[in-house]
Design a protein. Sequence first.
Length: 180
Amino acid sequence: MEFGKVLESLHPFRRKLLFLRGLYNEEARIGGIHSCQTGNLLTGAHLAPGGEIRSGVSMDQVIARHYAGQTKVDSLVLGCEHSIAALHKNYSMIYSSHISWSSPTTPTTPTTPTTPTTPTTPELYPALAFDRLFRDEVGRTDSSVLDAVLEEAGGLRNRISQSDTRRLEEYLESVREVER
């Protein structure tokens, strides 16, 4: 294998590298906007328009489920921006801040990645991601009011409409932001 100038530094590792070709996600062209091009990046699934939130289970979560329990953290999903509860060109802006999905309707959360009824918040803060990976004990000052009510909120989601579920998740996200 011959490397171009950009990949020259990888030459010593060439026997360990795998280059994939021919991957193309036609679904990413739908909508013609950024959020539609990221919301199904790891799923390839059709995104729901009109404010409905639906993608597919992302490949990182398929792998996370396969290796669940074998590492300290089953899945660590990182993010760089807060979710935006708005529509842009008839698609939810939540697609622009989530590429990892634990179910067709729930982007992955940092607290319980395979439970589809948890808030949809990737870890935005590097220090908290570090703590999850390397701290063994959680001190009293680290406890979360939101974590204490998440199970109850999960049961509520099954009894309310989809739009109320979105409002509930927005509320829970705002509580999480205040805690942070």
